[in-house]
Design a protein around this ligand. Structure first.
Ligand SMILES: [Zn+2]
Length: 85
């Protein structure tokens, strides 16, 4: 996949994000008592997105803003392929 400089930079930033989030211990919401907020992490890079009450009715966010942008630019698959390579 041939990328321009802007695209390469976005993917580089993603890879840095992914690596630094990998070092952090994800918060395990299943260990909390009922009624605790649910913690949401980006499905792509693992960045913390938000904490919502367990009873929230809005859809859970899947990606952080930066990864949403990658997805919009159709770069997310390429970025994920690279970190898993
Ligand atoms: Zn992300």
């Amino acid at each position: 996949m041939k990328l321009n400089r802007v695209e390469e930079r976005l993917i580089d930033e993603f890879m840095r994000r992914y690596e630094s989030n990998k070092q952090k211990q994800p918060f395990d919401s299943s260990s909390l008592v009922a009624g605790s907020p649910m913690y949401y992490y980006c499905k792509a890079c693992g960045a913390f997105i938000t904490a919502l009450p367990e009873t929230h009715f809005t859809p859970a966010p899947r990606y952080c803003d930066d990864c949403e942008r990658l997805k919009t630019e159709a770069l997310l698959d390429e970025a994920l392929r690279r970190v898993k390579a």
